[in-house]
Ligand binder design. Structure first.
Ligand SMILES: C=C1C[C@]23C[C@@]1(O)CC[C@H]2[C@@]12CC[C@H](O)[C@@](C)(C(=O)O1)[C@H]2[C@@H]3C(=O)O
Ligand code: AKG
Ligand code: FE2
Length: 334
């Protein structure tokens, strides 16, 4: 009898070229939310990269540190204990290495959680059950969501949209689809010997929602693809900053701006020595929200580049794709 063993999970995690010093994105746009001019700077960064760093956000270091140390405590538990907070699919909870339902793998473990209308972790997610961790995450989520709303308001202002809450209302309306994710990338020392290679932490993708707001513990690993026109994308590492937030434009915001803002392709490469812990708030609208270019942004005679769809339709289609797929392609007008 031939016994075929399943390949070890780690063999299914793709390798990436380790970033070198020349791949650092030192020119990452930095927006100080507390200063005048933020709206213009945000629009400029969204048009050029779909990505920027936010300082002057007013979130206390205590709020960030408490959430981080509770997350570190959670991930340091035995696997059997963490598994009690899973599985991640369906629909929310603890997951390890498998991302989504379509075969993507990364060198990470994570908590995928739903956020309710009052900006707290949804009662429908029992995980995490530890009261101190849950309280720390609730405090953090409330704070980061406020940052996301201020950024969306600044975007509307910078785009010259009359109603300041046109974009932010989409993620505050009843039934808005907000997700929160805590990612832990353990160091991946097994690859130290393979010169110039790192394991994929989180494979390349764009985020489907309107906006994602990320904060990490200061361990590098996040990379974005610089737009290259016809040329192949150039991957650059984002210098980490534990005191700042990083904002990604998502696919839905690209459509709402008829392609003026670009959803940024990004990925995470593991560090061979240090753990990375990241928190990401994903702001999405209610499922019934129509995702189409805002009329104020369409010039005379300008047509939508996309077919009509709702967030619910886009999300359903997105969850059938692999991470690296171009999810918007099937909604583009040919
Ligand atoms: C492979 C997948 C994971 C993902 C759902 C998908 O089918 C395609 C989009 C992925 C993504 C990327 C951004 C967020 O991390 C996420 C929660 C999301 O909304 O879309 C993940 C999904 C996931 O991890 O379930
Ligand atoms: O963990 C990170 O730093 C980024 C992860 C990410 O892009 C995601 O969860 O969608
Ligand atoms: Fe992402």
């Amino acid at each position: 009898m031939v016994v075929v063993a399943n390949p070890p999970v780690v063999d299914q995690i793709p390798l990436l070229r380790s970033p070198g010093p020349r791949d650092s994105f030192a020119a990452v746009p930095v927006v100080d939310l507390s200063r005048p001019g933020a709206a213009r700077a945000i629009v400029d960064a969204c048009e050029r990269f779909g990505f920027f760093k936010v300082v002057g956000h007013g979130v206390s270091a205590d709020t960030m540190d408490r959430a981080e140390s509770e997350a570190v405590r959670f991930f340091s538990q035995a696997l059997a204990d963490k598994d009690r907070a899973g599985p991640a699919y369906p629909p929310f909870g603890y997951g390890s290495k498998r991302i989504g339902l379509n075969g993507d793998m990364g060198w990470l473990e994570y908590l995928l959680l739903a956020v309710d209308d009052s900006a707290s972790l949804s009662d429908s997610c029992a995980a995490p059950s530890n009261a101190a961790f849950r309280a720390a995450l609730n405090e953090y989520v409330a704070a980061v969501r406020k940052v996301a709303l201020r950024v969306l308001e600044a975007m509307a202002e910078g785009l010259g949209i009359a109603a300041a809450d046109t974009l932010s209302a989409m993620v505050t309306e009843q039934g808005s689809d907000q997700v929160f994710r805590v990612n832990h990338y353990p160091p991946c020392p097994a690859l130290q010997g393979l010169l110039g290679c790192s394991a994929t932490g989180f494979g390349e993708h764009t985020d489907p929602q309107l906006i994602s707001v990320l904060r990490s513990n200061g361990t590098s690993g996040l990379q974005i693809a610089l737009p290259g026109g016809a040329a192949a994308a150039r991957w650059v590492s984002v210098p980490s900053d534990r005191d700042a937030f990083f904002v990604n434009v998502g696919d839905s915001l690209q459509v709402l701006t008829n392609g003026r803002f670009r959803s940024v392709k990004h990925r995470v490469v593991t560090n061979s020595l240090k753990s990375r812990v990241s928190f990401i708030y994903f702001g999405g609208p209610p499922l019934a929200q129509r995702i189409a270019p805002l009329p104020e942004l369409l010039g005379e005679g300008e047509e939508s580049l996309y077919k009509e769809f709702t967030w619910g339709e886009y999300k359903k289609a997105a969850y059938k794709t692999r991470l690296g797929d171009n999810r918007l392609a099937q909604f583009e007008k040919k």
